[in-house]
Design a protein around this ligand. Structure first.
Ligand SMILES: CC(C)(COP(=O)(O)OP(=O)(O)OC[C@H]1O[C@@H](n2cnc3c(N)ncnc32)[C@H](O)[C@@H]1OP(=O)(O)O)[C@@H](O)C(=O)NCCC(=O)NCCS
Length: 167
């Protein structure tokens, strides 16, 4: 049984994150893209990792932006040796809870039309298909499905500092 904890992603995780990234996507993000996210005030970044010999072994990571009540999930991948163990699912649930506590309301992401695995995962946490972006992925010309979710009790109200999001 694998035990993992969710921690904030730091530069120390980047080498492992890049290995997972390269093995997971046809057009992987570059190291500088991850470095940018680590310093952007809009960006949040977490890893699910296990401890081994006093260091973190990265199993899964997620990057998302949150601005006011709106959350965009930008990147999510699980190490190929640790898939189908519920790790991405738990990182997504953590993300929803993290954002909910900070006023998150509307959650959006894009996924390749042919990525059944990821679509199943997002549906499992409540995302639904809201539309398409035709030929969104330049590398394969594949369409993106826009998936969305409302999660939060402030959808038509305000929270604290004027977070009115919807008309
Ligand atoms: C998509 C991905 C992140 C899932 O990670 P994971 O940790 O293996 O996922 P989980 O074990 O938490 O699975 C949760 C759910 O996802 C779906 N899922 C996961 N693997 C699947 C597979 N091989 N086939 C079909 N559905 C699958 C299922 O609904 C699953 O729930 P279930 O176990 O009750 O059936 C992983 O496969 C991955 O890194 N893929 C490459 C990168 C990628 O496509 N990222 C998403 C970009 S939008």
């Amino acid at each position: 049984m694998v035990r993992w904890k969710i921690r904030e992603m730091t530069r120390d995780h980047l080498e492992q994150v890049m290995e997972i990234e390269r093995a997971s996507f046809p057009t992987p993000w570059t190291t500088s893209m991850f470095l940018y996210e680590l310093t952007s005030p809009l960006s949040f970044h977490f890893v699910a990792s296990k401890r081994e010999n006093r260091s973190d072994i990265v199993l899964c990571y997620i990057i998302f932006w949150m601005f006011r009540g709106e959350v965009h999930i930008l990147n999510l991948a699980t190490h190929s040796a640790f898939r189908k163990l519920g790790i991405a699912h738990s990182l997504l649930l953590f993300t929803l809870d993290f954002c909910y506590r900070r006023g998150g309301i509307l959650y959006l992401l894009e996924v390749r039309k042919g990525n059944r695995t990821a679509i199943n995962l997002y549906q499992k946490v409540g995302f639904a298909s809201w539309g398409f972006r035709k030929k969104y992925y330049a590398d394969t010309g594949e369409d993106a499905i826009i998936m969305g979710l409302f999660y939060g009790d402030q959808a038509y109200g305000t929270k604290g500092d004027e977070q009115t999001l919807l008309p």
